[in-house]
Design a binder for this molecule. Structure first.
Ligand SMILES: [Zn+2]
Length: 506
């Protein structure tokens, strides 16, 4: 493989990122990217914002602002928050003409090849507003798992949810308004045709899924897949130029693969310059490994619909092989909610607390397998006890020898340094990727060094091993690692101790 494309699906542009977004896919994607680059691999990291979701219009309606203003504000806030938290993206997608043109070109190729079909589909309809109620506009019970939610994708079970199938469907914005059913002809991708090949692909290539996703994928792929609507009869979104569905827009969840390609092209241009064609890095034989870090609720568009669209091109494209999912991250045991103001924003927190401390705490509590959460007391206690206090004691001890040297390093300490590098690599490599484990490794190694009463006799070993820990923890503790310039070779038999900075408490 020549390169790895690391992609985190673009968040909806209906507000700033909150800590749940960071603790979920974004910190993980950034940490993985930093680690893989340190190993000498070529990696591109991309994300962006999505403005076409119906949740943009429902949020704008609730706040009494114009959707376009909400998008513009959110786009700037999301970019700023990623930057503030040290999530170093190479490509940041938006809503420009290049993106919308590519989405239409990509879907147009599928349509021209006869892969999209016209189907009559029943949707909920509001007679009063004269509007089809799709995705965020429709609420009710999921036909697969019964959980209450909106149409489109079920946040609980990850399934595709056609608005017309919601149990007790109602209008999200006007729950008291009567809802009728009305048919419309839309273009669909008959996903069922690709189910056997999807199953074979995931069985052969897409290893390392976390258990929740593996279970959900097995369940979805074990029964016939419903047609996936590619166009929607609503007004908000990318307007399609296809005469048989005149006036319709692209289903935002049908943008997933075209968006991912565009994201990869922008990331390549952002990192290496030049111009990259949208689908260049995705062509079969281009040497790309495609890795997603994503919320569990995004598995249908990115792991079912998107690979099915790629398969519809009969071998032209390579398929993604890695999906690292996360669950919900809560604030004080309740879901983050932008509309209720129940949020902590990374940018605001980073103004008070060093971002390395925030990144450590989010890694330690990242919702890898179950819902976890943030609390300010938790940040203070956990980051204080497991990172800030032991680090500061270790750094103060090591600083007694700052500027001395070179000091001798024993074979035993060189061995310990190599073990630490292996230990962290096991947490960073995709097969067992875990921010929780990486944060645990920092805590364990700091505790060990904290208990080491080093003196002049073993100062070289002590300072050397502290340096090894900093190097291994660098993908998480980015500012601490950047502030310390060690004298290079981790296998050297001497070390010249340098002054280590202290961390401010949370
Ligand atoms: Zn469900």
């Amino acid at each position: 493989m020549k390169r790895t494309l690391v992609i985190s699906p673009a968040p909806t542009a209906n507000g700033d990122l909150h800590l749940g977004h960071i603790a979920g896919p974004f910190l993980a994607a950034d940490v993985y990217t930093r680690h893989a680059r340190a190993q000498g691999r070529q990696v591109l990291l991309g994300t962006g914002f999505q403005d076409t979701s119906t949740f943009v219009t429902t949020t704008a309606h609730r706040r009494g602002v114009r959707p376009s203003d909400l998008v513009a504000d959110s786009a700037a806030q999301i970019a700023s928050t990623l930057h503030t938290m040290g999530i170093a993206v190479d490509g940041y997608t938006g809503d420009g003409a290049r993106f919308t043109g590519w989405v239409l070109e990509f879907l147009g190729r599928l349509r021209a090849a006869g892969r999209l079909e016209l189907r009559r589909v029943k949707f909920p309809y509001s007679e009063r507003s004269g509007r089809f109620l799709l995705d965020g506009f429709a609420s009710g019970g999921c036909p697969h798992c019964l959980a209450e939610g909106c149409a489109g994708l079920c946040e609980s079970c990850g399934n595709l949810v056609c608005a017309g199938d919601l149990i007790g469907v109602r209008s999200t914005l006007e729950p008291a308004e009567p809802v009728t059913m009305r048919e419309a002809e839309v273009l669909v991708l008959p996903v069922e045709r690709y189910r056997d090949r999807l199953r074979a692909h995931f069985a052969a290539h897409a290893g390392g899924m976390r258990p929740h996703m593996a279970q959900a994928m097995a369940r979805m792929l074990d029964q016939p897949l419903a047609d996936f609507p590619v166009t929607y009869p609503v007004g908000w979104g990318i307007r399609v130029p296809f005469p048989e569905v005149a006036g319709q827009v692209v289903n935002p969840n049908a943008e997933a693969v075209a968006w991912s390609m565009h994201c990869s092209a922008l990331a390549a241009e952002g990192r290496h310059g030049g111009e990259v064609a949208e689908d260049e890095l995705w062509l079969a034989g281009a040497g790309s490994e495609i890795v997603y870090f994503l919320g569990f609720d995004n598995i249908y568009p990115f792991a079912i619909a998107a690979p099915a669209m790629l398969l519809a091109f009969d071998g032209r494209y390579t398929l993604p092989t890695r999906y690292l999912t996360n669950e919900f991250y809560e604030l004080d045991d309740q879901k983050f909610s932008t509309s209720r103001g129940h949020v902590v924003r990374g940018r605001e927190l980073a103004a008070e607390v060093p971002r390395d401390v925030i990144r450590f705490y989010l890694a330690a509590t990242s919702p890898e397998h179950q819902r976890t959460g943030f609390s300010r007391q938790g940040l203070t206690r956990v980051a204080g006890l497991r990172l800030v206090e032991p680090w500061n004691r270790v750094a103060e001890r090591a600083n007694r020898w700052a500027g001395h040297g070179p000091l001798p390093v024993s074979a035993r300490s060189r061995h310990a340094g190599a073990r630490m590098a292996e230990l962290f690599a096991a947490a960073y490599d995709l097969d067992g990727f875990s921010l929780n484990r990486a944060a645990e490794a920092i805590t364990d190694q700091l505790a060990r060094l904290d208990g080491w009463q080093a003196d002049d006799a073993d100062a070289g070993d002590f300072c050397f091993e502290v340096g090894c820990l900093l190097r291994a923890a660098a993908p998480i503790l980015i500012d601490l690692a950047a502030a310390v310039h060690h004298d290079g070779d981790p296998a050297a038999d001497t070390v010249t101790p340098v002054r280590l900075p202290l961390l401010a408490g949370p």
